[in-house]
Design a protein around this ligand. Structure first.
Ligand SMILES: NC(=O)C1=CN([C@@H]2O[C@H](COP(=O)(O)OP(=O)(O)OC[C@H]3O[C@@H](n4cnc5c(N)ncnc54)[C@H](O)[C@@H]3O)[C@@H](O)[C@H]2O)[C@H](O)CC1
Ligand SMILES: [K+]
Length: 477
């Protein structure tokens, strides 16, 4: 089962892996032609009714695989209004090859005749709202025919995710959908075929540029604040995490740190708002105040960077996680307490392989990706998202598991885990925790790749900070 949003991301990931959409369209069209052949007799007449998007594009391809039926193709609109170049190229190929390809500029001139089979390729996952003209009249004309209706991807007018039907949605006898079942088709009274269109499994397993589409929309539309609880023996880590969160879209970034080091942390970056508490390390008596602040301001918390593992500090981290009910990234020294608390918070844990074992997860020798099932069952046990960090990261919420290949050996330097924790936190405020956990290491890794390409080795974690926005936004703005 796959949602339209995820389908679009997987399409884009396939493209990035070298399987372009035009190739997918060719496979889609071929699958539609096979379905027509299954329901048609050798002397059947076939009419194709196509819209102006890729749904129509699939049918233009199908026409080329149905030569023996000499199909009539009706494009609902002028060719210059075809909305994608891959669909337009397939239309132009039909015209150049002298198929019976007709353009219908007004619904009254739609002449379907009396075909035995109709291919409904007006609207697929791009449909929005009630059917407009000429699709609405065309849908009624299709339903009025005594023909077998084969719908491309979804019956036109049906929402692929919810199954909601627009008033004049097409009633299909058969549906050929692509790559995976669509939630909106489960209750449909029609024969549904799921056609494999050659999308590599890697397009779903490896986080890719397609996974950033929804993340960008979220960041653009959102407004999140991050609250780093870190610092003590170390001062750089909370500063890197706090700045990385801003670079990934957080609007404000606070750091709560012991007064002994607060000034030093503030000194790293004026962009951080550093709040100090008494002493030189986190102690349990600070916890209530920190929880109150985090709840009052609905902050995404990052707990752990540079915190230190003093017994009192670990007890404080335990109490914080016990009481906190929001979203938090847990990193570094705070990780071992996660499996000791029963928290209502939504956590994203970011252990490296040593920390993974230390927090009760699998003790993995080789590549983490080979142990992804064990890591997934650990995530399911603790009920939180786990980002197990290595050359290739494993991200899992216990059900879904993705691998992040982005990054370079140059990133094996102190502090890149802190920027990662900050990037995830910066995204968490506006994303589902699993999506933020997948996008975070991908963006952090892309930033490292770009810097490595530009400068070669000697990369510093602090160099990543201003490369994060470009990695997140790509050439989109
Ligand atoms: N991996 C895959 O699943 C692949 C799917 N393919 C096919 O692509 C379509 C989705 O194509 P898209 O261009 O995004 O949108 P549509 O063709 O569904 O429709 C957009 C088209 O229709 C117009 N429109 C939208 N709403 C309405 C309305 N209510 N009334 C009238 N017209 C409407 C809009 O203006 C656009 O022009 C998917 O379903 C698959 O069939 C790829 O071909 C291969 C990979
Ligand atoms: K359709």
């Amino acid at each position: 089962m796959i949602s339209s949003e995820r389908m679009a991301a997987v399409d884009e990931n396939a493209d990035a892996l070298g399987v372009p959409r035009k190739q997918l369209m060719e496979s889609s069209g071929n699958a539609v032609a096979r379905a027509v052949r299954r329901v048609a007799d050798p002397d059947s007449s076939v009419a194709i009714v196509a819209g102006r998007g890729n749904n129509g594009g699939d049918a233009f391809v199908a026409a080329r695989f149905l030569d023996e039926y000499d199909p009539t193709v009706h494009l609902l609109g002028r060719p210059e209004t075809i909305s994608t170049d891959i669909a337009r190229k397939n239309w132009e190929a039909l015209v150049a090859a002298e198929y019976d390809a007709r353009t219908v500029t007004d619904s009254k001139s739609l002449e379907l005749g009396d075909p035995d089979v109709v291919v409904d390729a007006m609207l697929g996952t791009g449909v929005t709202g009630e059917l407009r003209e000429p699709e609405a009249t065309a849908a009624e004309a299709i339903d009025a025919l005594d023909a077998t209706v084969v719908s491309v991807d979804v019956p036109s007018g049906l929402d692929a995710d919810t199954g909601e039907r627009a008033d004049s949605a097409v009633s299909a006898d058969h549906v050929v959908t692509f790559h995976d079942e669509k939630p909106g088709l489960t209750e449909l009274d029609a024969e549904v075929t799921v056609a494999d269109i050659g999308i590599p499994a890697a397009a779903e397993l490896f986080v890719g540029p397609g996974d950033l589409r929804s993340v960008r929309r979220g960041v653009r539309g959102g407004d999140s604040r991050v609250f780093v609880i870190g610092g003590g023996p170390y001062t750089g880590a909370p500063a890197l995490a706090g700045q990385a969160a801003l670079r990934a879209g957080a609007s404000l970034s606070f750091v709560a740190a012991p007064e002994k080091v607060a000034g030093q942390i503030q000194g790293y970056a004026e962009d951080l708002i550093v709040q100090d508490y008494a002493g030189d390390h986190l102690t349990p008596d600070q916890v209530d105040g920190l929880v109150q602040t985090a709840h009052d301001y609905d902050d995404v918390v990052v707990i752990g960077p540079g915190l230190g593992d003093d017994d009192e500090t670990l007890e404080a981290a335990r109490r914080f996680l016990d009481a906190f009910e929001g979203e938090a990234v847990v990193d570094a020294d705070a990780l071992p307490v996660v499996s000791e608390v029963d928290t209502d918070a939504t956590l994203v844990c970011t252990p490296n392989r040593k920390e993974l074992a230390k927090m009760g997860g699998p003790d993995v020798e080789g590549p983490l990706r080979d142990a992804r099932d064990d890591i997934a069952s650990f995530a399911a046990d603790i009920g939180h998202v786990v980002v197990a960090k290595a050359a290739e990261d494993v991200v899992t919420d216990g059900e879904r598991t993705r691998i992040v290949r982005a990054g370079t050996p140059a990133m094996a330097v102190g502090g890149t885990g802190d920027t990662l924790a900050g990037v995830i936190a910066g995204l968490l405020g506006t994303q589902d925790s699993f999506d933020a956990a997948c996008a975070g290491p991908f963006v952090n890794g892309l930033a490292g790749e770009r810097l490595d390409a530009e400068r070669g080795d000697g990369l510093l974690a602090s160099d990543l900070l201003d490369a994060i926005p470009r990695a997140l936004w790509g050439d989109e703005r």
